[in-house]
Ligand binder design. Structure first.
Ligand code: G3P
Ligand code: MG
Length: 246
């Protein structure tokens, strides 16, 4: 699998409300080839694209996802907090996001987001199953901080591309890799460790860093073998990714 150099974090979240269909569309409009999206399940099992445990920060409502149903989240406005231009934006169902990604011929790094109280196996089974039905395997990269979620994803398909997601890369990364057979390791760039980086390179795995919005400070890491960045705005790195706003 050819992993991208730039992945738009939560869609083009610099210019549109994160993890929405608008942010996916904005990424495509800007010329991005890949987006990263967080997926989790509501209390009724519906898979939605959302980062936080609750809807408080990024909507006009309140409450935790685990206590909500599909009918309840559909009433939320998830765009106005970002800008009045996005008023009326609805929380994206996973199925809607996958359809749009497919139509736009994007790749997606689907992050299985396990917030407190959520079941990693349920999420992996639901989300990976749907993603594999809609997208070709070369445009799907599944990552998670939760190794149990990745194990369930791996059990579904030996060919599925997996990314081990960490903050600081722990010593145990190699045993996780042996168990899960990933194509990549994803790490918080502010906590990179040169020793781990060399180990990952030696294992011939890609290293993707998040969330990189400071190209100057990041620059030297490219020379150390980082293969890609997850960024709120790929235009910070390459002017080909034209910024467009509504
Ligand atoms: O997948 C990389 C990055 O998205 C992980 O952190 O909190 O932005 O989901 P977060
Ligand atoms: Mg994420």
């Amino acid at each position: 699998m050819q992993l991208p150099r730039y992945i738009a974090h939560r869609g083009l979240s610099k210019h549109a409300p994160e993890n929405t269909l608008a942010a996916i569309q904005a990424a495509a409009d800007a010329g991005c080839e890949w987006v990263e999206l967080d997926v989790q399940c509501l209390g009724d099992g519906t898979a939605v694209i959302w980062h936080d445990e609750s809807v408080d920060r990024c909507s006009d409502g309140q409450g935790t996802l685990i206590d909500m149903t599909r009918d309840q989240i559909r009433h939320l406005d998830v765009g106005s907090w970002f800008s009045p231009d996005f008023r009326g934006e609805r929380m994206a169902l996973l199925d809607e996001a996958l359809s749009l990604i497919s139509a736009l011929e994007l790749g997606v790094n689907l992050e299985l987001k396990i917030n407190p109280g959520h079941d990693p196996v349920e999420l992996a089974n639901t989300a990976v199953h749907r993603a594999r039905q809609v997208l070709p395997l070369d445009r799907l990269l599944v990552s998670s901080f939760d190794m149990n979620a990745l194990e369930s994803a791996r059990a579904q398909d030996e060919k599925l591309a997996l990314g081990l997601l960490y903050e600081a890369i722990p010593r145990r990364w190699a045993s996780d890799a042996q168990r899960l057979r990933p194509v990549s390791v994803h790490a918080d760039w502010t906590q990179l460790d040169q020793e781990r980086l060399i180990e990952i390179q030696s294992a011939e795995l890609a290293l993707l860093c998040y969330t990189v919005n400071d190209p100057e400070r990041f620059a030297s890491w490219w020379d150390h073998g980082v293969s890609g960045v997850i960024t709120d705005d790929p235009a910070l790195f390459d002017s080909r990714y034209q910024r467009r706003t509504r």
